[in-house]
Every structure is written in C-alpha cells, then in structure tokens.
Design a protein around this ligand. Structure first.
Ligand SMILES: [Zn+2]
Length: 248
C-alpha cells in the first residue's frame, strides 16, 4: 500500500521516527480498526487513530449526545445534543483526515450481532461502558481471531489491556457480568480527564501494536490510578476453563 506525496508530507513526523518509517506508516494505512463506543474513550481514540492515518475506521455506537457526556467527550459540542454519536464521529474524522475511510454503525453491539459487525477488522478497540457489551465484543473477537484492545475508565480508575487468543477478556472478568447492562459512568461518575488519559494510552497501544513497536503487550493489563497518578502493569493468567478461549 503506497503513500501519496500529500501523505508523505502529512505523516512526516511519524515517518522520521526509526520505529515507524515509511513501512510503519504503510501498515497504519493498511489497517482496519473497529472502535466500539464513541464516548469518553472513543473521544480520545478516534481522533488519535484518524490523525495517525489508520486506513479504515469503523465507529460503532447507537447512542445520541447528551449534555452529561460533554465533560469527557470532546468529539461533541453543545449543539450536537440529540444527534448520533457515530455520525458525528464520522464527520469529525472526515474533517480531520480525508485519507481515512470511516464507517459509522448506529447499532447497539451485542452477542447476536458482534461477530458480523466486527468481522474483517485487524484490531477491535472496545471503549464501551458496560460489562455485557465488553464480554460480547470479547467473545466475538476470540471467535474471529481478531485482537481486542479493551479500555475502561470509572471514577478515578482506568485500565487498558490487549487480548489476543489466550488469555481473553472473559478470562479476566469471568462470567458473572454477562447480564450486567448498567451504565457505570452514570452510576459511579468518572473524571473527564481520566477517560482522555486512558483513551490516549489505548490509542498509543493500538498504533504500537499495528506497527509492531516495542514488545508484545498481549495478556497484560495496564492500570492507572487518577489520584496517585501512577500506572502499574499486571499479567492476566489464562483461564483453562474459560468458555470463550479455554480448551477444556
Ligand atoms: Zn478466555
């Protein structure tokens, strides 16, 4: 996949990096990424990936903008209240980078449709706000053999993990949350700048994963504490009895 002169100019600060170069930028252009949720995490992930020149972005969100979203979702403005987040995110991407092909999907993703919506992507980034959706997305990614980057923020706590084959996200959280459809942010609150921090970290991890920068992060969970401002990393053990990825 070749880069045009305008793209070489546009991505010059990437291409000059030895870790990226022209080859890395072409990998970004060749990549197809699905972003589940155009909320707080998506508001950081979508601009970062569009700016970085990811070739194809699918943005999946059935929600409309509400005033209570605006403290953490800078993709949207006051006058966007009531409009589709997926459509507004598409417009944002189109204004930012005409070399990105973006596709909005105004559907709620669930266990029934996740496989169909996510098939054909090289990476799925889940920034949804409830466990039922996250588990449905994870199970679909295991079935499709697509790596999943899961990012979440609530109150002052953030977490980001990359899952490929085993362990999967279900190994980490178990089966207890499949029916949990609550909106964590609405119930528990979340600091707006935290979702931006966690979303930006997820975007960086996505780009590193696609280009192949640094060591493979699959199976690690990165945890951020917004009060102490400290990151720590834990390794997630595979669950041999996991009903998504387990062999038993
Ligand atoms: Zn698993």
């Amino acid at each position: 996949m070749n880069l045009r002169d305008e793209e070489l100019e546009r991505y010059a600060r990437h291409i000059v990096l030895p870790q990226v170069g022209g080859a890395g930028q072409r990998k970004l252009k060749a990549a197809s990424v699905a972003v589940v949720g155009a909320g707080g995490i998506g508001s950081a992930v979508i601009p970062a990936l569009a700016g970085a020149g990811i070739g194809q972005l699918t943005i999946i969100d059935d929600d409309v903008v509400e005033p209570a979203n605006l403290h953490r979702q800078p993709l949207f403005r006051e006058r966007d209240a009531g409009y589709s987040k997926a459509d507004l995110a598409l417009q944002f991407v189109q204004r930012l980078n005409r070399f990105v092909m973006a596709k909005p999907v105004q559907q709620r993703i669930d266990a029934e449709n996740a496989g169909e919506l996510l098939t054909g992507h090289d990476l799925v980034i889940d920034g949804s706000d409830n466990f039922a959706t996250r588990l449905a997305v994870s199970d679909a990614c295991v079935g499709l053999d697509v790596p999943l980057l899961s990012a979440a923020a609530v109150q002052f706590q953030g977490q980001v993990g990359l899952f490929r084959a085993q362990p999967c996200y279900r190994c980490f959280v178990g089966d207890a949350f499949d029916a949990d459809d609550c909106d964590n942010c609405a119930e528990l609150g979340v600091l707006g700048a935290l979702t931006a921090t966690v979303g930006s970290f997820a975007a960086l991890l996505a780009i590193n994963t696609i280009v192949g920068i640094g060591e493979d992060q699959a199976g690690k969970l990165h945890l951020f504490d917004g009060e102490t401002l400290e990151w720590r990393t834990i390794r997630i053990p595979p669950d041999p009895r996991c009903r998504a990825c387990g062999s038993a």
